[in-house]
Design a protein around this ligand. Structure first.
Ligand SMILES: Nc1ncnc2c1ncn2[C@@H]1O[C@H](COP(=O)(O)OP(=O)(O)OP(=O)(O)O)[C@@H](O)[C@H]1O
Ligand SMILES: [Mg+2]
Length: 282
């Protein structure tokens, strides 16, 4: 038997040359008026706590990023905030409404819309049809009613406006299955915007994109944040730095650190959390 104490390389001190200043630094919107709040959120999967006691306040009008290593619980937290998963414990409030236990459609009608980490489009439908159906869906009349193109025609003007907003004006009639990846993600954003949400949640909006599409998406999010609150899960730290007013770092289902990007980026706990992760903060 060798030495019982494993002697792996001792991690170097995380980046400390730019230490976190003492005392509170108030930058960006401080969540005095949270539009979306979570308290004591827990989600267990067969006894494993994927989200483990999260308190979160999202300030109205802010762009708030959720970051953290793979498996930290970001998507699970998103699913709890949007009603796609029920919390094992805890509560979520959107304005005056308690959300925990409500169906996702009802939560969406209260003004909270989301995009998915994985694309979820109908390959054979065009972007125009997708957006028209999303607009029609807001009426609550159901898909059967809107199946004919003529019934949907009443939304063509607004659909065209949304497609233009996300840069898809020239691709309205291309079956979604044939769109390039970046354009599929843009279409998903248009579908979320069709709900005209107060709060827009985006799960890894730039995942898998080349630099050009990333830049386009950042510009797009800057544009659509006007008049609303945006919560985004994002691995790309340059995207976080250019968009987010506030950042919550998750690790092992818990909030590790929260603050403005300039503060958290050099926080030793954050650097340590990312050590060994290929998406390390830089
Ligand atoms: N439906 C599920 N059943 C069992 N375990 C789950 C389920 N969903 C998530 N988990 C586990 O919960 C943990 C958190 O997963 P989650 O997808 O929320 O992480 P994430 O931070 O979004 O990661 P990534 O950056 O890879 O997207 C992981 O360990 C994952 O395996
Ligand atoms: Mg995820």
């Amino acid at each position: 038997m060798g030495d019982p104490v494993p002697k792996g390389p001792v991690p170097e001190d995380p980046v400390l040359e730019d230490p976190v200043p003492e005392g509170p630094v108030l930058e960006g919107p401080v969540p005095e008026h949270p539009v979306l709040s979570a308290r004591g959120l827990v989600r267990e999967f067969r006894g494993f706590r994927a989200v483990d006691g999260v308190d979160l306040d999202i300030a109205e009008g802010s762009v708030h990023a959720l970051v953290g290593p793979n498996g930290a619980g970001k998507t699970t937290l998103f699913n709890l905030l949007t009603g796609f998963l029920k919390p094992t414990e805890g509560s979520v409030r959107l304005g005056d409404h308690e959300l925990a236990g409500r169906a996702p459609e009802r939560i969406a009608r209260l003004g909270l819309a989301r995009s998915f980490q994985i694309t979820s489009l109908f390959a054979e439908l065009t972007p125009r049809q997708h957006v028209e159906l999303a607009l029609a869906g807001r009426t609550g009349l159901g898909w059967r009613f809107w199946r004919s193109d003529s019934a949907l025609g009443r939304y063509s003007g607004r659909a065209a406006g949304l497609l233009e907003q996300v840069g898809l004006e020239d691709h309205g009639e291309t079956p979604a299955g044939s769109l390039a990846y970046g354009r599929k993600r843009a279409l998903e954003l248009a579908l979320a915007l069709a709900l005209d949400p107060k709060v827009l949640l985006l799960d890894e909006p730039t995942a898998g994109m080349g630099v050009e599409d990333v830049d386009r998406t950042v510009a797009l999010i800057r544009k659509v944040r006007a008049g609303r609150t945006v919560v985004l899960v994002e691995h790309n730290m340059s995207v976080v730095s250019s968009l987010a007013d506030r950042v919550t770092v998750l690790q092992h289902g818990q909030v590790l650190v929260e603050g403005p990007y300039v503060e958290i980026r050099h926080d030793p706990r954050v650097v340590t959390a990312y050590l060994g992760d290929s998406n390390a903060a830089h």
